[in-house]
Design a protein around this ligand. Structure first.
Ligand code: RTP
Ligand code: MG
Length: 140
């Protein structure tokens, strides 16, 4: 299995509750390496562009407001099968439906404030990584 990269966000509900370290420990214990990471406060424009695929969904404006409601940690995770592996670690979008032991089951507050984002395919991962990181900021 080839080494792959995925893009991750520790969302505002998780940074507010000081959960960055606990979430990073889950990634690292699962064999994913954090090869880039920075704490930012997203602008509305950044959030709108990042979630443009959801622009027509009823929850879009709330989602943009939420993603700009506090700091987030954007990161690049690297490892075998990193995209799928991270989606497994995150669990279902709705924390109430997420499997035991997943990040969203452990820490998610609601379907919106669900603690983490993870890319849904290698192609999306490449685009999301390039949106937030310069190549020189990623140190594998
Ligand atoms: P993500 O993109 O953040 O990793 O999450 P996901 O693939 O599991 O979920 P997606 O369908 O892509 O939705 C993106 C984010 O929008 C918020 N959401 N709110 N109010 C709602 O019904 C609703 N549905 C989704 C969540 O923050 C979700 O992660
Ligand atoms: Mg998604």
């Amino acid at each position: 299995m080839a080494i792959e990269r995925t893009f991750s966000i520790i969302k505002p509900d998780a940074t507010r509750r000081n959960l960055t370290g606990k979430i990073n420990a889950i990634f690292e214990e699962a064999g994913l390496r954090i090869v880039a990471q920075k704490r930012i406060w997203m602008s509305r424009q950044q959030a709108k562009t990042f979630y443009a695929v959801h622009a027509s969904r009823p929850f879009f404006h709330e989602l943009v407001d939420y993603m700009c409601s506090g700091p987030v940690v954007v990161q690049v995770l690297e490892g075998e099968n990193a995209v799928a592996r991270n989606r497994e670690l995150m669990g279902a979008t709705d924390p109430a439906k997420a499997a035991e032991g997943t990040i969203r089951k452990l820490y998610g507050e609601s379907i919106q404030a669900n603690s983490v984002h993870g890319s849904d395919s290698p192609e999306t991962a490449a685009a999301e990584i390039a949106y937030f990181f310069a190549g020189s900021e990623i140190v594998g």
